[in-house]
Design a protein around this ligand. Structure first.
Ligand code: F6R
Length: 243
């Protein structure tokens, strides 16, 4: 696992966008795993800029999002479907047939999850997975647990995640209590992974991810075992790594 400590959020976003752009230039039909949340917004802005400047072309790119809340309609402004349209898809030339996001309203959740795994496999697997990091060390919505969850599955969100994500809703009661998420194994199967984290609220999780024991109580620690994982963190998020 490689750690890149950068000055601030702007530099983290640029560095991450450069990795994604290089991947698309090298392989125009790349399969990307995408994250939502506050962290990658700057990276998506950079990617949109690069697209507008003709540096990258998304016409053949295939995407799979990490997760989606259960019970939110895709038109709901807090859904990850809506987020992806607003922050990336509506600004670029991606073919929406190549976009995959879990359906949190699926009637048959098990089928939805196993189909998602099948779609990823059919696409040839994920070339580059982008991850954020929960304050509690989650990746996707793989919450701290006593075992590493494997494939795409439904999860009960932890109190700390509900509280952290309540900033996007009017109050904590409105935050869905469940989500569908790629599992740890789904994520670990990606050829390359970049994880982004910024701000002091992530410093403990970054410490656990980089220097802690590999354990399901800190889901991101599994990345220590990945052969090609790069962690891009700003100084604040990296503040507990020194010494
Ligand atoms: C989002 C996701 C989550 C977030 C994490 C950090 O698709 O999978 O793991 O990356 O909760 O969220 P932010 O970036 O809002 O701090």
């Amino acid at each position: 696992m490689e750690i890149r400590i950068v000055k601030d959020y702007g530099e983290m976003s640029k560095k991450a966008a450069d990795v994604v752009a290089a991947q698309i230039i090298e392989k125009p039909d790349s399969v990307l795993g995408l994250a939502t949340g506050s962290t990658p917004i700057g990276m998506y802005k950079e990617l949109v800029r690069m697209y507008e400047e003709g540096i990258i072309d998304f016409s053949k790119v295939v995407t799979f999002n990490l997760d989606e809340y259960v019970g939110l309609d895709e038109k709901n402004e807090q859904s990850y479907h809506f987020y992806m349209m607003q922050n990336l898809f509506k600004h670029i030339n991606i073919d929406m047939k190549n976009v995959h996001i879990l359906d949190g309203n699926a009637k048959d959740i098990d089928k939805e999850c196993s189909n998602y795994e099948g779609e990823i496999e059919k696409a040839g697997g994920i070339d580059l997975q982008i991850l954020g990091l929960g304050r509690n060390g989650h990746i996707g919505f793989n919450e701290p647990d006593v075992k590493f969850p494997k494939n795409t599955h439904i999860v009960d969100l932890s109190e700390s995640t509900i509280e952290a994500n309540s900033r996007f809703f009017r109050n904590a009661e409105e935050v869905p209590k469940q989500a569908l998420t790629m599992g740890e194994a789904t994520i670990m199967k990606a050829d390359r992974i970049i994880l982004l984290a910024n701000g002091s609220a992530k410093a403990d999780a970054v410490f656990g991810l980089v220097k802690g024991d590999i354990k399901p109580e800190l889901p991101a620690s599994a990345l220590q075992m990945h052969p090609d994982a790069v962690v891009i963190v700003d100084k604040e998020a990296a503040s507990k790594l020194e010494g």
